[in-house]
Design a protein around this ligand. Sequence first.
Ligand code: GAL
Length: 676
Amino acid sequence: MAGLRARLRGFAFGGDYNPEQWDRAVWDEDVALMRRAGVNLVTLGVFAWASLEPEPGRFEFGWLDEVMDLLHAGGIAVDLATPTAAPPVWLSHGHPEVLPVMEDGKTFGFGNRLHYDPTSPRYRQHAARITTALAERYSGHPALAMWHISNEYGPIAYTPGAAAAFRDWLRRRYGDDLDALNDAWYTRFWSQRYTSWDQVAPPELPRSWSNPARRLDFQRFASDALRECFISERDIVRSYRDDLPVLTNFMRFYRHADYWRWAAEQDAVALDIYPDPGRDDSRVAAALNFDLMRSLRGQPWILMEQAASAVSQWRVNNVKPPGRMRLGSYQAIAHGADSVMYFQWRASRGGHERFHSAMLPHSGTGARTWREVEALGAELPRIAEALGSGSRAEIAVLFDWDAWWGLETAYGLPRNDFDYPGMVTDHYRPLLEGHFAADVVSFDSDLSRYRVLVVAGAHLVSDGFVARLERFVAAGGTLLCSYFCGVVDPHNQVRQPAYPGAFRGLIGAYIDEYWPARDGETFEVRFADGTTSVCDWWQESIHPESARAVAWYASGSLSGRPAVIQNPFGSGRVVYVGTRLPPATLHDTVLATVRDAGVAPLVEAAPDFVEAARRGNEHAEFLFLLNHSDTRTARVAVPAPGVDLLTGVAVGDHVSLDPLAVAVIRTERQRQPAAT
Ligand code: GAL
């Protein structure tokens, strides 16, 4: 990434470029307009397999040679993709075994994309051949700056080949010991015991219920199988040249790939994000995604794709109103992105995404979207000094795929409508709205650098995480924990002898029953300070051991029992919230907890629709302030005077932000360098 930064000498700005959809005559105009817009990087060839290899083993590279040369002559670097996300018809029809079979047993045929079984040896062999041919031809091309492996990996297949691969994966996981698998999957239940490995199969769509441990292992396997495809193509391009970043593009809260494990295999992290412009509050989930991307490798990341305006995936595809695309782009940068990239450069005339917005819309340079893209391209160099800068947070929020899969892969929980990313987002929202910086951590992360950890929806937890968490709190850390955490082990089995299993010591209480609410049922909760709020969805019958109650149910069957408790643990403290608090109460509870832990917000007393984030390097700090309201102006007190890099205007003790405005306030660094 440092190499890419040095080469571009600024934020990467550009998008997916699909010249194979256009006549040769258009390419010169493309490059000229890219230059005009300030584009310095394009992603080439993502879905171009059929144009590159029109028949098995016959390559047509002439057009790509020409495009690479044109871009290079225009000073535009290339993020070259392997085209393996969209196999050509000769592969799908010539070798139908490469097609995926979906969970319902139906084959996903040719005519879309991602129509491949990641475990198919034939698919992998053909993917390796086109990847090798591309690497051989373009590794030395001066335009090449980065390798983009395939595109948005997912989902998995249910073919006989996938079943065999699943069995191999299980044999490795359980040390070839079928008894260990039977124990892990608790196959004594419903007579599911296996007596030979060839009886073990992926969990198909259940007629009624299914084994939760088997589903969980299949999720893990599916993520690993997709990752193997990435690794095999990565290794091919690296074998030709190992000084360029190699990555694939991640998706917003994508359930089928454990991005912590994936990120470790990549040189940098890249994200595609498409918030629905028709929904008001997608900014909180976007910010959490951005913090997750930064945290995956503890580095600046690449915003690989966003929409310049409308997308094409919803029932109604609203446009981004003026100023929203710019604001969203700075939001990504504020949370650590070193780029602003789009899908795509020029709007397609046909195909499914013919009305998906583009940097260059159908109506050309007269369009509002073009003007906004061009203006942003011209503006980004003003903040070039922030490129590569890192950030520090004293709060971490857990987002772990095993926790997600444990909560959502199988029926049979006290309630079966949990939404793991939604729960984590709900607990992250107060931090964002309260202007606190947060990192994201997994079960395997080092927690020792944080003061507060927020854990929500971690029904399944690993033993290693529990041990790390206990050390963290014992050493003085603060844990804020939601209901229904710590209950099952990594095999989806209930931890004994009492709920909440692994968290009993931490929360200083046991729970004898989980009480999901009936539809529409609410219950009053009264806090020690006399305030009350109306909760719903979930209750727990909590029996404090070392904990003390800070809120009690004041109505309903659990009236008088604790709803929120606090427990001292070593030198630290745990706040356990045993019910679903309404957003305002959760907001107050989370913020009181972080303030009690001695963590300060980035700015004090700013309105909640203003977002604050800070990046820094050895010379300076950059405070990003974003006004997400499209009607209200905000006055924000800033902690130190500086200069707004976007306007060049000196900032004293406060800044005024118009609706949708952004300020990037640079202050000279006084203290320790930020970790990058
Ligand atoms: C992404 C994908 C792009 C394009 C975009 C807009 O998921 O990588 O190829 O489809 O969405 O829908």
